[in-house]
Design a protein. Sequence first.
Length: 288
Amino acid sequence: MYQILHKEKLGPDIYMYRFRAPDVARNRKPGQFVIVRIAENGERIPITITDVDTDEGSITLIVQAVGKTTLQMAQMKEGDFIPTITGPLGEPTRIEKVGRVLCVGGGIGIAPLFPVAEGMKDIGNHVTSILGARSSNLLILIERMREVSHELIVTTDDGTEGEKGLVTDVIRELVGKGKVYDLCIAMGPPIMMKFVCVLTKELNIPTIVSLNPIMVDGTGMCGCCRVTVGDEIKFACVDGPEFDGHKVDFDELMARLAIYKAEEKEALEYYYSKAGCRLDSTLEGGSR
Ligand code: FAD
Ligand code: FES
Ligand code: MG
């Protein structure tokens, strides 16, 4: 059993959890994730390990409630226990000295980006981070990302914080001013990663993305997390989740992510009726 040591709300439907999980904390490397089960008969959901504290034996997960299981998790309190945290899983990020690195994070994607930016800076790269969200209340970890970046630029779609616009506008602006980057690492919604990759391909900047297909076992056995990268079929849970963004078939990824929409909606509606709580985004003044 894994105990919630600390829980904090970071924004609408966005929660940070610190779980006691000493073995995971000891073995985790940046870029890896865990599969969590919050109830004995519950489904398995993959969540990236944002941070670890090996002295405390804890891991930090940042989870955006978007459906039944993540909303049920949001109802849990400090001191509660969950039955399963499996991991660390996935191939770690290749932390190498390459020179000037552009770290691009969108929304909840800033959570997995943090340990990668930290690792890239620690090894001696120059890190420029561009963080974007639809609105200021959906921006997370800004101060922590500032600590692990030489330069940090914030954008929001509605202009409520930082520059108004998209992360791709900022990349174009920086390169237009003569800045040169050896590598781009993009993490966020698939549509954001797709358009970052279209741009960085045009600008000739090698780009790594972290893919988030539906996962079940997380160990390469079920085939659920199948993605197409170039002319190869890969399983994101064991071959990834990070891949060469210029080769990823994002349209297929997005289509596969939507396969169970009807069942997910039904499960959420049923949970609403049973638990008497709702996603913030569905309430008046909600953000999504
Ligand atoms: P549902 O209503 O069941 O689903 C909502 C949407 O989430 C679906 O339409 C689908 O696109 C996606 N989804 C549903 N089930 C799964 C599943 N088993 N695996 C993957 N996606 C699913 N989210 C975070 O908030 N923080 C993270 O750090 C994070 N890291 C991730 C790392 C990896 C490697 C992957 C693959 C996903 C990660 N996610 C993360 C996404 C998270 O797993 C989903 O949001 C979650 O599973 C949704 O569950 P639900 O029951 O609440 O929503
Ligand atoms: Fe089953 Fe990747 S989640 S093969
Ligand atoms: Mg679900």
